[in-house]
Design a protein around this ligand. Structure first.
Ligand code: ASP
Length: 320
């Protein structure tokens, strides 16, 4: 009988505390342990839950080593028969990147729900307890699967979710396609299908993180030069995501530098720097480089990193 939900703590604002009398924005992330976060939610008491502290950091400082550790802990708990779903408490800054990493690596047949908060636990407006309660309910939802993000009453799929606002409680969106579901009066109203696709498998992350290929993001903008691309090609960077203008268009100075760098083996992917909308196939400047579809530049970086890791191992990847 699968009933257990495992909650993995990694830090973030949901575990943040502000000094007495300080503003909600003057807080330190990653201060409270996962047991304290669970204890603060009355709805979770008496439920079949396990909590594990995997890390304690501000997610702006997320590392490849922690991604490797977290993915392994998630894979470990997913393989347990008694586990119905997993919740990961996480900072909101890089939540979409971790969500995409876990989806592409594990494509879990059970729900893996990332949640966090936009106000620290010490705030009178603390949103963490409600988000955590929703995330656990989602992890228990019949038939749910894939990597999901639950925040501010909305449920997003890993492919579409983006942090779209710097400080509003309702900071996440799924762009044109909208959320996958919403919690209304504590019940999930599902609007779209659960995430699908094949996972690369946890072994794709086996290489020591210090040896993972370097992948950077370069923004295309007015007045751009190829200087950053030239420098990256010189220092052994293996991949670059262009945060391109509009529908994936690239400044001609960057384009020329990319052509030079491609000879040196640099892999390129184009995402749009627009807050919304997928890069559609088109001709014109930049069209020679593969497009990242609806992935944000930060998630496209994860995608390119995983493709390079898989290529290093000889694992086949299918496009998103
Ligand atoms: N800087 C914080 C973090 O990403 C922000 C948050 O959690 O909302 O850990």
């Amino acid at each position: 009988m699968q009933s257990m939900v495992v909650i993995l703590g990694t830090g973030g604002t949901i575990a943040g505390v502000a000094p007495p009398g300080a503003s909600d924005l003057a807080y330190q992330a990653a201060q409270l342990g996962i047991d304290a976060l669970v204890a603060a939610v009355p709805a979770l008491q008496g439920q079949p839950l396990e909590a594990e502290q995997v890390a304690q950091l501000d997610s702006k400082d997320m590392t490849h080593a922690l991604w490797q550790l977290l993915a392994r802990r998630v894979a470990h708990h997913l393989a347990r028969d008694e586990v119905r779903g997993i919740v990961v408490t996480h900072g909101t800054d890089t939540m979409e990147e971790t969500a995409w990493l876990l989806q592409r690596v594990l494509a879990p047949a059970k729900p893996v729900v990332l949640t966090g908060a936009m106000r620290p636990a010490s705030s009178r407006q603390a949103d963490g307890p409600r988000n955590l309660a929703d995330a656990v309910a989602l992890a228990q939802e019949e038939g749910a699967h894939g990597v999901l993000v639950a925040l501010a009453g909305a449920v997003h799929g890993a492919a579409d979710v983006r942090k779209a606002h710097a400080h509003r409680l309702d900071a996440f969106g799924s762009g044109d396609v909208g959320p996958l579901g919403r919690f209304e009066e504590g019940r999930l109203q599902r609007l779209r299908a659960w995430p699908s696709g094949d996972g690369l498998g946890i072994a794709v992350l086996d290489a020591p993180p210090a040896t993972w290929p370097a992948v950077e993001i370069v923004t295309s903008h007015a007045g751009a030069s190829g200087a950053l691309i030239d420098a990256l090609a010189r220092n052994g960077t293996r991949g670059v995501v262009i945060a391109a203008t509009g529908n994936g268009t690239v400044h001609e100075a960057i384009e020329l530098a990319l052509e030079r760098a491609a000879w040196a083996g640099l892999q390129v992917m184009r995402a749009t720097r627009c807050g919304d909308g997928a890069v559609l196939d088109a001709t014109g400047t930049g069209a020679a480089w593969p497009a990242a579809g609806a992935l944000s530049p930060a998630k496209a970086r994860v995608e390119l990193l995983l493709r390079l890791l898989a290529a290093q191992q000889g694992t086949a990847t299918s496009p998103t």
